[in-house]
Design a protein around this ligand. Structure first.
Ligand code: CDP
Ligand code: MG
Length: 695
């Protein structure tokens, strides 16, 4: 027996060994294959000068055209030049998860290593690094949270803030934090700071860092012909579709990149492309549409970066993430309708709806530039040329128009008490700071002295979630329904869970009935999640491909968006870990959904709406002067049911109507009972003039 076992283990050792060998051969082959491309990049010719600049200057601004090699090459140059002494890391921040994942994969390939070894990434709900990681890509939000537990970011010798021109709230806050970290480090463990940007305006960064040295890297950009429409199209999606097929049928080979504003538009156009293709003669059908947006699971994002099969043309339907932060090879044509969705925070209501707005000139230039990366290209702007000249020169930084409560919570956790005196690159308005402080105080993250509360505020700052969701988890732990709230938060964070093709409206509604809970959408989402649990458990024996195929079929049957559900499941397991580490009490309320709805009322008290006599809803805010009239969105299970009082999670604005999504019925008395006393006082005072109009 013993000899058989030993034989077996020798066999398996041999097998493992040869598997490992095969894997490292493959990695090496890939590295070799990519080497000539690396050498051909514009940045390769200035490797030595750049390394010297970094040795000489503690802070360096690098500006260069997109695609020149800043993001992928500079960290490798610095690693090879010995910037990772004493096991320290080079950290590179990206404004989106998609960019961090994509670029780290590429760099791991170029270095001939397995992702997660020397090269890795860390994003909100995923950590692919190990003790041997030296080049670490991450989101700016991730590095900010890391600074809370390690205020001098002592593991890093170099931090590169990439895509700084995007000016997300996190980038702006991070710049201020890094400035302080750099000052606080002693001479022997200096922090090298590099700010990289695709826009030509390095002045603002240089001035902010006390006249820091800025270097420009010559890009490699082929000419791009720009075409405009004669008139503004009435429906730009339709115009995009027509342009797309014109290119496909009339222009020479080359992939197409279409800039749309969000997931819904992308999925809509993707469906139309597929339908239209079926009507074409067979030899014209060689076109594949591939979506690319930030909430798409990473496996599916890969499709956008892989070449289409020989003879096929690829059309990538992307959000603005394809503007600068990711490089998609093969693009020759760009279609730009000229819009992007951005968050617009309304300090009066505390809501932050996503609104489609015209892009800036800088964005339009970035977009057209994507067509000329590898050879001359064409860009089709779906608006007249005079409209281009009317666009703003550059995009307003997010800090001027976004909700700051998460950023302020992080700053408080980092020990910055007086937010108004924090050294921001551009100051947010006093009003938005005050409103965010007010909101965090109502959520219990800050005490009356506006200092971070312990443990609630500290716990909230550790969770990579918007404060209102972190609060809901903490509350649920108190009210014994954390299991249900965790599912809810994961489902709400994953994006819209259902898809409803216009032509199959009734079919979709009937299919979903099985999950519906008449009390509301939050409970319905829990049912969907649990049904998926059951489905996956029953099929745990299947092979991975088979499993995935069955899962997709199951989702399709119920008109569930399989990407969103997969993502919700990933997020769930990640937050589960975080919540467990925090020691929150994990319990389920079982069938007692009454208890869970009370918890929703206790958590989302800043998002309560009350029915009025005309059947519309009034959204109660903490400032009575700013109430909004809203309606329940048709996608909600409460649509047409009109309960007296509801909590909701999202406001969607279309033309002149305001819809609330993800709604659940609560009892009005709960919200007055469970909301914080200072909010209750406002409501009680406030309900008098109009409460008689309700019901
Ligand atoms: O940061 P920057 O825009 O300057 O360039 P980069 O992201 O480092 O990309 C340099 C080049 O690497 C691109 O022009 C692409 O040819 C290639 N690349 C790629 O093929 N796939 C990626 N995921 C990233 C980069
Ligand atoms: Mg880059």
């Amino acid at each position: 027996m013993a000899s058989v076992r030993s034989n077996n283990s020798t066999e398996s050792l041999k097998r493992n060994f040869s598997d490992d060998n095969r894997e490292s051969d493959a990695l090496f082959a890939k590295k070799q294959k990519l080497a000539p491309h690396r050498k051909s990049l514009p940045i390769a010719t200035v490797e030595n000068q750049l390394v010297q600049e970094v040795w000489k200057h503690d802070t360096l601004i690098i500006v260069g055209e997109t695609g020149g090699g800043k993001t992928t090459q500079l960290p490798q140059f610095l690693y090879n030049a010995g910037f990772c002494g004493n096991g320290r890391l080079i950290g590179i921040t990206q404004p989106s998860c998609v960019a961090a994942v994509n670029v780290s994969k590429r760099v791991a390939e170029e270095c001939g290593v397995k992702l997660g070894e020397t090269v890795g990434y860390s994003i909100r709900f995923e950590n692919v690094t190990s003790s041997s990681t030296r080049i670490k890509y991450m989101t700016d939000g991730f590095l900010l949270r890391e600074a809370i537990s390690d205020p001098s970011l002592s593991r890093y010798s170099v931090i590169i803030v990439d895509e700084a021109h995007e000016r997300t709230v996190e980038t702006d806050v991070l710049l201020g934090v890094l400035k302080n970290v750099q000052r606080s480090r002693s001479e022997s463990v200096k922090l090298k700071l590099i700010i990289m940007s695709a826009s030509l305006d390095a002045r603002i960064f240089s001035e902010y860092f006390g006249g820091a040295r800025a270097v420009h890297i010559q890009g490699r950009q082929f000419p791009v012909d720009k075409f405009y429409t004669y008139h503004l199209p009435k429906a730009y999606l339709h115009a995009s579709l027509i342009t797309l097929f014109q290119i496909h049928l009339e222009e020479e080979a080359g992939d197409i990149l279409v800039f749309l504003t969000g997931k819904e538009e992308i999925e809509f156009v993707e469906r139309l492309v597929k339908e239209k293709l079926k009507q074409l003669p067979e030899n014209s059908q060689k076109l594949v549409a591939v979506p690319l947006f930030s909430s798409l699971p990473s496996e599916q994002q890969t499709q956008a970066f892989t070449p289409a099969c020989p003879g096929f043309r690829k059309v990538i339907l992307a959000t603005k993430i394809a503007e600068t932060s990711v490089t998609i090879p093969g693009i020759k044509y760009v279609i730009d309708p000229g819009f992007a969705k951005v968050h617009f925070y309304n300090p009066n209501t505390g809501l932050e709806p996503l609104i489609a707005v015209p892009i800036s000139k800088a964005q339009a230039l970035q977009r057209s530039g994507r067509a000329g990366r590898e050879r001359p290209g064409k860009c089709f702007r779906l608006y007249p040329e005079n409209e281009f000249w009317k666009l703003e020169d550059s995009t307003k930084p997010d800090i001027k128009r976004c909700d700051l409560s998460n950023a302020i919570l992080q700053l408080k956790a980092l020990g910055v008490h007086d937010i108004t005196r924090f050294d921001f690159i551009e100051k947010p308005t006093g009003e938005s700071i005050i409103k965010s402080l007010e909101q965090l105080t109502l959520l219990g993250a800050l005490g009356d002295d506006r200092k971070l509360s312990d443990p609630v505020g500290r716990q909230m700052a550790r969770l990579p979630l918007p404060p209102i969701y972190s609060k809901a988890l903490i509350k649920a732990s108190e009210l014994n329904c954390l299991e249900e709230m965790l599912i809810t938060v994961a489902m709400l964070s994953a994006g819209s869970m259902f898809f409803t093709p216009r032509e199959k409206l009734d079919e979709a509604r009937t299919a979903r009935k099985r999950f519906e809970n008449p009390e509301g959408d939050h409970l319905t989402l829990i049912n969907v999640y649990r049904a998926s649990d059951q489905f996956l458990e029953n099929r745990s024996g299947l092979s991975r491909e088979n499993h995935e195929e069955k899962f997709q079929k199951w989702c399709k049957k119920y008109f569930i968006d399989s990407c969103s559900l997969r993502r919700a499941r990933e997020i769930h397991s990640q937050i589960h870990e975080g919540v467990e580490q925090m020691g929150l009490s994990f319990a389920s309320c079982g069938d007692n959904m009454f208890q869970f709805r009370r918890c929703l009322a206790a958590s989302f008290f800043l998002k309560v709406a009350l029915k009025q006599s005309d059947g519309q809803y009034r959204f109660l805010t903490y400032d009575p002067a700013n109430e909004l009239v809203v309606q329940i969105h048709p996608s909600s299970v409460l649509f047409g049911k009109k309960p007296e009082c509801i909590v909701f999670n999202e406001l969607v604005e279309t033309n002149d109507q305001k819809f609330i999504c993800n709604t659940t019925r609560i009892d009005y008395s709960w919200s007055t009972e469970l909301a914080p006393p200072r909010l209750k006082k406002v409501w009680e005072r406030h309900k008098l003039p109009w409460i008689s109009n309700c019901r």
